[in-house]
Design a protein around this ligand. Sequence first.
Ligand code: NAP
Length: 558
Amino acid sequence: MTVSDGQTTDYDAVIVGAGFAGMYMLKRLRDDLGLNVRVFERGDGVGGTWYWNRYPGARCDVESLFYSYSFSPELQQEWQWTERYPTQPEILRYANHVADRFGLRPDIAFSTSIDSARYDEAQDRWTVYTDDGLVTTAQYLITAVGCLSASRVPDFEGMETFGGPTYHTGRWPHEEVDFTGRRVAVIGTGSSGIQSIPVIAAQAAHVTVFQRTPNFSVPAVNGPLSGAEIEQTKANYEQLRQAARISPTGTNPAAPIGSALELPEDVRTREMKERWDYGGAGFMSAFIDTGVNAEANEVVAEFVRDRIREVVERPDIADLLVPRDHPIGTKRICVDTDYYATYNRDNVTLVSVRETPIERITERGVVVAGELYEVDDIVYATGFDAMTGPLNAIDIRGVDGVALREKWVAGPRTYLGIASAGFPNLFMITAPGSPSVLSNMMVSIEQHVDWITDHIAYARDHGVTRTDADPTAEENWGDHVNEVANMTLYPRAASWYMGANIPGKPRVFMPYIGGVGAYRQMCDQVAADGYRGFTLKTSNDVRPSRQSASQAPVPAES
Ligand code: NAP
């Protein structure tokens, strides 16, 4: 292994990103395997998603007690969450606490972006080029770039002429933005818009929301955590964490009570009402068939539409807010506080841009159907080039100089959502083809980091200098990912899961929907089989791993 003298730019591993994935990866490789590791982070602090997404109302839609690391019993006992759903500032404080508690900062180069990386086949090492002109080499390159970190603003005509400040929710300024007395446009009604609109409306003189597609949103029913709740969870953390690891989504919602098609109407309505009143995304787990049967899905969708009509006073506004173009859950379900009620405020205007898209942006505001909506500020809540965007932003070149973004031109191709054939010694945490965004990211991050750590330890113990996914294993995995997705309603929505929010992006369902627990089992089995589906090269030879690639993967659970 490479030795670092503090000056050297040669490492055992380079990690891209110091969010929750990058921090834990650093800790494991450095503290458990004793490797020399360098993390490059483009922000000037840790936290990733939670470093960048500082918009008003930003909060996680997974409960705080479970949107946190489980690897350290001491950490999870000592950290005090204050609310059921944590705010962005609280999560960022937690990320900083973790960085300090485990002494991670000295190994992180902040305010540094990786522009490109080349695999050197003669050395079996990566050469990494950063925007400060530094050249670094490492045996392993590990991306921890996040799934929703490449923010995206549509190319509206005239947008550069706008006279006031503009903001993207995913690139929010560090200093406080005060909307008091101002007229604000919010473009976009995904999770970021739905969280920020009520908070901005409470402060601004007027908010005009430009909505292209209404989304389904369920109430968070957020509130302070009681001492008893915290104590009870902490006393049972081990079992609760384990249950989350083997669950479908990495969370612990109440189990479904049966089929929406088979249960009597009063039973299913009672169940949905109870879950609605309890709050959170667990509402989506009421029935076993919501995600796979259109008729069952409609039962749940109609329940939510009724709630929207109940809350929103003006029927014409309610009608615009009711989603009809996609099955519920096939776009990421939103979790809100007072979203629909916000449209009852006098200072909020809803403009549908579905039939008449935003025409252009002028110095004074936003033009739709020939009408100018005058505003002082524009908030773009317009989303991200999800999953592939952050990886394709780096010019990663593998064997024979092939670029990852070229290999993925028709959609991402990975083995297990961790590796990609022809890119040896590259591991991608929560990449396309893994459960990632369909799960509690903390659970999926920990699983990937632990698996990668084990793989690297195995390579070290067996004299392996190079590990590369086998193309056949990769193809089989891709087929499996598609097959499982096609068993669900997900491909019916024009969602960012499908790449549909980016003009020209291939329509491929990117995350793996077979479930977090089943996926973990498959990954563990691949490891137990000596990394089946990877070609491992020792210093003297190239040999396939113990079983032939054509047998990989084993989607036994799906
Ligand atoms: P998003 O879900 O992609 O929403 C983007 C919004 O912008 C959509 O309403 C979209 O309309 C609209 N839009 C895009 N281009 C437009 C155009 N040319 N004209 C008009 N409207 C346009 O992005 P997001 O809200 O940032 O959320 C992304 C993901 O981040 C979420 O799904 C979630 O996974 C995560 N997130 C999580 C939380 C949380 O934990 N609570 C909070 C925020 C975000 P269309 O639907 O018609 O494309």
